[in-house]
Design a protein around this ligand. Structure first.
Ligand code: HEM
Length: 139
């Protein structure tokens, strides 16, 4: 299975086994960083959290090579921009950098014993490619 297919299969399995993972992902983020929940004060409907997670999953697929480029085509530049935008919202870069790992962890847990070595390898590659350097913007 190619890395993008393995990644997609893990997302499908996670949803099939545990339903929409959004609540668990944000619960994990806020458990680690309780002060961050208040940063979503404008998100009264949950739409921003939904959009942020959807974009993050697109990032993961791109980093996995879904667009023909393992390591990502547009996602590295997008992450480098978003880390700066988020700093302006009040999100420390070191916390921004933890979101992809949190997503990976929650998806792996939701897959349980269905999380295959291919899926592990695909997510590990995504996390390595998506490692944004706190405080360092892309050139
Ligand atoms: C891979 C990492 C991340 C990506 C790609 C990402 C992406 C995004 C995107 C695309 C939006 C805009 C959504 C919209 O307005 O439609 C957004 C908003 C936001 N993100 Fe993130 N995000 C990431 C990590 C984080 C983390 C760790 C936090 C910590 C709490 C955070 C806090 C926020 C907040 C508070 C907003 C809403 C800002 C506002 O308009 O009031 N993000 N994010």
């Amino acid at each position: 299975m190619t890395p993008p297919s393995a990644l997609e299969a893990s997302l499908e399995l996670a949803v099939a086994r545990g339903g929409d993972p959004q609540a668990a992902i944000y619960a994990r983020l806020f458990a680690l960083h309780p002060a961050m929940e208040a940063e979503f004060w404008r998100d009264t409907s949950g739409r921003i959290r939904g959009e942020m997670l959807a974009r993050t999953l697109e990032v993961a697929l791109d980093l996995a090579g879904a667009h023909g480029q393992p390591g990502g085509s547009w996602a590295p530049a997008f992450l480098a921009t978003e880390i700066v935008t988020h700093e302006a919202y009040g999100i420390p870069p070191a916390i921004f950098a933890q979101f992809l790992p949190i997503v990976a962890e929650v998806i792996a847990e939701a897959c349980g014993d269905g999380f295959t070595p291919d899926m592990r390898a695909a997510w590990d590659a995504v996390l390595a490619a998506g490692r944004v350097q706190p405080g360092v913007a892309a050139d």
